[in-house]
Design a protein around this ligand. Structure first.
Ligand code: AMP
Ligand code: MG
Length: 299
């Protein structure tokens, strides 16, 4: 998944459980890698009809549902656009309006057919980048728990997933990255028990041309890197897939729409940082975010 995974597991049988979790993540990588020609996603993207594994079918179903719930802010069919901007190869460039419009037409007219795990795409090409790490981290956490692990910390890129509390019973301290700082610079610290904590932001991957910064999260409406006024979005939720999907979606939405969205749900909390550096924290995190100054988003 083009990132570093770190699994810290405490207790008896911990190393076996950690190895099993690693194998599970490698399997998902094989299924979903767009750079492997024989992955399920590559075959789908080439237009083949594919008998999907349970995991892929499950991720697709969850992804489509969340896409609908977020009003299309999350869109798993953006692969042609991420490729056009060079985010898949790191050969970055600013495409012409015509090129973007042509791919937006393809996006609007495309579709997925999914019946009993048999799937095929028409016009679409999938990119699971916004949700794969969260799904994988959740799956690993579930496996660790099944093996009797009571305390573990998984990190996968910007994703953090915990099992239980820390070994000594205290809460985990998860730093929220300063979008303008270096790795290891934090704006604040979240105190959580068992949870998924996922951050999205353009600072994680971008290129600059003529003094303009182009980030890797795209607005499915415009086909261009998001300019929503937010620098980062961190989601805290019970489920890793949900936290990952929502971190991307709320980043696309921007502060106002994200606030409205938050008020309509009860399955996550968030820390949002706008381009001016103001930090907004949803009500449920008021007492679990250590930070000198922030505004509270009431439910
Ligand atoms: P994340 O780091 O979880 O926010 O995911 C960002 C990645 O998801 C990007 O690098 C793209 O591969 C993909 N992506 C970009 N924009 C979107 C979007 N609006 N919806 C879904 N996936 C996206
Ligand atoms: Mg995400």
């Amino acid at each position: 998944m083009d990132t570093v995974m770190e699994v810290t597991v405490y207790g008896s049988g911990a190393s076996d459980a950690a190895e099993e979790a690693e194998r599970a993540i490698r399997r998902l990588e094989e299924l979903w890698s767009v750079t492997r020609e024989d992955s399920e996603i590559s075959r789908l993207n080439r237009g083949e009809t594919v008998e999907l594994s349970e995991e892929t079918a499950n991720l697709l179903q969850k992804g489509l549902r969340l896409s609908e719930e977020t009003g299309g802010a999350l869109n798993l069919a953006l692969y042609p656009l991420t490729r056009l901007w060079g985010f898949t190869t790191e050969e970055y460039r600013v495409p012409s309006r015509e090129e973007i419009d042509a791919l937006l037409d393809r996006l609007r007219s495309g579709s997925l057919s999914l019946e009993d795990n048999r799937a095929s795409l028409s016009s679409w090409e999938l990119d699971f980048g916004a949700v794969a790490k969260g799904y994988a981290a959740q799956l690993s956490a579930d496996m660790l728990k099944e093996r009797g692990v009571t305390s573990a910390l998984l990190t996968l890129g910007g994703n953090v997933q915990t099992v239980g509390n820390k070994e000594d019973g205290s809460l985990w301290r998860i730093g929220v990255r300063d979008p303008w700082g270096e790795e290891g610079d934090y704006l604040g610290v979240l105190l959580v028990g068992e949870a998924a904590v996922v951050t999205s932001g353009a600072y994680q991957r971008y290129f600059e041309e003529d003094g303009v910064r182009y980030g890797h999260i795209l607005d499915p409406e415009t086909g261009r890197p998001v300019e929503s006024g937010l620098a980062s979005v961190t989601i805290v939720a019970e489920d890793g897939f949900l936290a990952d999907g929502l971190s991307t979606a709320l980043y696309v939405m921007g502060l106002e729409e994200a606030t409205e969205f938050f008020r309509g749900r009860d399955d996550f909390e968030a820390v949002l940082v706008d381009d001016a550096g103001t930090i907004y924290v949803t009500e449920g995190l008021r007492d679990s975010f250590e930070c000198s100054q922030f505004q509270v988003i009431e439910r």
